[in-house]
Design a protein around this ligand. Structure first.
Ligand SMILES: C[S@@+](CC[C@H](N)C(=O)[O-])C[C@H]1O[C@@H](n2cnc3c(N)ncnc32)[C@H](O)[C@@H]1O
Length: 652
């Protein structure tokens, strides 16, 4: 691993660690494992037999145990890049045995203190031993208050009783059966969702249901520890994994979760097999001892290499993953050239518009009328002209005659529009209008009104208000493209975003909707429609305020979940069957103009499967702004977020 790389923080390449026993010769331990192909070791830092209560009184509970070896045996960069500290696994901070409890607390603190001194990037904390973990969490929480940048990986076995979930009894796990997610959840609640507390999942030979597994991808999982006895044996005697394990590993890779191989070799490898081992004799390659876990590592690397490469657009968007952005305010603010440029690269979006305009033109003008009638088409919010171009292409394709008005309120974009019209020789067909569509006095009425004023949540960039202003100059039988749009929402686990919002330490950030390329998230239930707007809308009672109450059900077999907020999307009907949108189940393929929106919750809500999660959402408006308010009302009531638009609003 190159110097300075963070263990567990890679997004585009793969590192694999190995769990080792205590070894008082750390340089040797490291070189054996690094030469063996591993990138880091997860290794105890202190002698496992050390117990403070057994020490001479001189050492008891004070200072650092003498068993920690020396910090000088490795360079600072070796410590930080290649070693994850494994906290003594015997510790039991919630034991009935007071001496053990006290010893455990002393050792935990000593070991973490030593690991901090070495600038390790992470320490692996042992799994809580019993049903209760309060004292363990209390001590770790104390440590977290003063910790440097180190992550604490709480080791959690990836298990959950399937039978109970299937019987719908997941709230009442019988004695001895635990959903390990509950252990994690209890622990992190006690530690107030601290951002340096994360998870190392122990992957066992049997796996819980897909829904149960899915929950973990919204949690802060940094490492997955795969045991040699979870491997199967292929026809040639080599280790391999079940199809479900393989899919899980691929998902770990996709989520930048480090893999750690643990255990002793359980495969008796056939000799003479040249596939993976060149010059293989008795575990030696040309005289160098071959690492006993090398075949397991090779298999992990093979799974990584056989993954499909990320598509170019995905690679480009890597830096946006789980990064909170403020939504655009294209009405109140003027977009910048680079924002227009990004839009304009999204050819899929304009192809959909072109298809919609073509269909509308064909419906409006018959073949017989085509040479006689001219359709008046107005692009409202024309930006730098891509929808003008798409409309003209539709006219050419269908053989219909077009007169275009390009209405744009951003004077800077209008400059580009003028240049474009001149360059393309569109002067006779296109009239540029530098004006807000809500106050333009149009010289004639339009047959077709084309706009793209949509936000990630459909109406959140105020398309309804703008188009209300524009429909005055649409003929009674005229067509609006889009003809309607609907927002969608679903509950998500996303501890990363929750912690990023929390880091601002103010209410405003918890009451703001963000645009985010969601990645480390667990989508907890199918999305549901929220608000729909239709254009044109001539009803006299119409208004753009909306209210919706939604109930989501967490699948029975997923177990309990934590809801950090809600992911929002939209789907727009441009014309008839031509649609465009980002709702995951119907998303327009390869379109990248919109990331989802995220509505956070001030306090994450735990939900049991089978019990409803109720969300209420309002679209409110005043004379100068539009805003959303939201709250959860079941299983427990949250505060109403963003009352009066006090934190987040969109200017009219
Ligand atoms: C999301 S951009 C789309 C631009 C362009 N149609 C495209 O697809 O690349 C919306 C455009 O509408 C303009 N706009 C927003 N509200 C407007 C209004 N009330 N009147 C005129 N233009 C408006 C913005 O300045 C911006 O250029």
């Amino acid at each position: 691993m190159p110097l300075g790389e963070r263990i567990g923080d890679k997004s585009d390449s793969r590192y694999c660690g190995v769990e080792t026993e205590y070894d008082d010769d750390m340089p040797q331990l490291l070189s054996t494992n690094i030469n063996g192909g591993f990138d880091f070791v997860v290794s105890p830092l202190m002698e496992p037999s050390y117990r403070p209560s057994l020490m001479d009184t001189g050492h008891k509970g004070s200072g650092l145990a003498p068993f920690a070896g020396s910090d000088l045996v490795l360079s600072p960069s070796q410590w930080s890049s290649h070693v994850v500290g494994k906290i003594s696994s015997w510790i039991d901070l919630d034991s009935e045995d007071e001496i053990l409890r006290k010893d455990s607390e002393i050792v935990l603190k000593q070991e973490i203190s030593w690991a901090s001194h070495l600038s390790l990037q992470a320490c692996l904390l042992p799994t809580p031993k019993g049903a209760s973990c309060a004292n363990y969490a209390r001590c770790v929480n104390q440590i977290l208050q003063n910790l440097n940048n180190m992550q604490l990986w709480l080791r959690i076995p990836l298990d959950k009783s399937e039978d109970d979930a299937m019987n719908g009894n997941s709230d009442h796990l019988s004695e001895g059966q635990v959903d390990s997610w509950e252990t994690w959840n209890c622990y992190r609640l006690l530690c107030e969702h601290h951002s340096q507390l994360s998870i190392a999942l122990d992957v066992l030979s049997s796996l819980p249901s897909a829904n149960s597994l899915g929950r973990w991808f919204g949690e802060p999982v940094r490492a997955a520890i795969i045991h040699t006895n979870s491997f199967l044996t292929n026809a040639r005697g080599y280790p391999c994994l079940s199809k479900r394990h393989q899919r899980l590993m691929t998902a770990f890779f996709n989520h930048s979760i480090q893999i750690v191989v643990s255990g002793t070799p359980v495969h008796n490898l056939p000799t003479g097999n040249l596939e993976l081992v060149a010059n293989h004799t008795d575990n030696h390659i040309d005289g160098i001892q071959r690492h006993p876990l090398r075949t397991y590592l090779d298999y992990v690397s093979y799974l990584y290499q056989k993954m499909d490469p990320l598509p170019e657009q995905e690679r480009f968007e890597l830096g946006y993953r789980d990064f909170l952005q403020s939504p655009l305010q294209p009405l109140m603010d003027n977009l910048e050239a680079q924002t227009y440029e990004t839009f304009e690269k999204d050819t899929v979006k304009y192809i959909q518009y072109e298809r919609a305009v073509s269909k509308a033109l064909l419906d409006r003008i018959s073949d017989e009328e085509a040479s006689m009638k001219t359709t008046v088409l107005m692009v409202v919010g024309a930006g730098r002209g891509p929808l003008v171009r798409a409309s003209l292409q539709a006219a050419e394709e269908t053989g219909r005659k077009l007169k275009v008005y390009a209405v744009e309120k951003n004077p800077n974009a209008v400059v580009t529009l003028h240049n474009l019209v001149k360059l393309e020789g569109w002067e006779d067909v296109v009239t540029i209008v530098s004006c807000d569509m809500r106050c333009w006095d149009a010289p004639e009425k339009a047959d077709i009104l084309v706009s793209e004023l949509l936000g990630s949540f459909g109406d959140n960039e105020l398309s309804p208000e703008c188009l209300d202003g524009a429909q005055r100059f649409l003929k009674q039988d005229g067509i609006s493209i889009p003809s309607s749009y609907t927002s969608f929402i679903q509950p998500v686990t996303t501890s990363k975003l929750y912690n990023d919002v929390k880091a601002h330490k103010d209410l405003v950030h918890f009451e703001t909707a963000y645009v985010v390329k969601l990645h480390r998230v667990a989508r907890l239930a199918p999305s549901q429609p929220v608000f729909t707007f239709t254009h044109p809308e001539y009803s006299t009672t119409k208004n753009n305020q909306r209210y919706k109450k939604l109930q989501f059900e967490i699948p029975q077999d997923s177990g309990s979940v934590m809801v950090h907020g809600f992911a929002g999307y939209f789907d727009a009907t441009l014309y008839k069957d031509v649609h465009l949108g980002i709702e995951p189940s119907t998303a327009t393929p390869n379109m990248f103009s919109w990331f989802p929106i995220f509505f956070p919750l001030r306090t994450p809500v735990g939900v049991r499967p089978g019990s409803p999660l109720e969300l209420q959402l309002w679209r409110c408006s005043g004379s100068t702004k539009v805003w959303y308010e939201w709250c959860v009302t079941c299983p427990s009531a949250s505060p109403i977020h963003n009352s009066n638009g006090r934190s987040y609003w969109v200017g009219l």
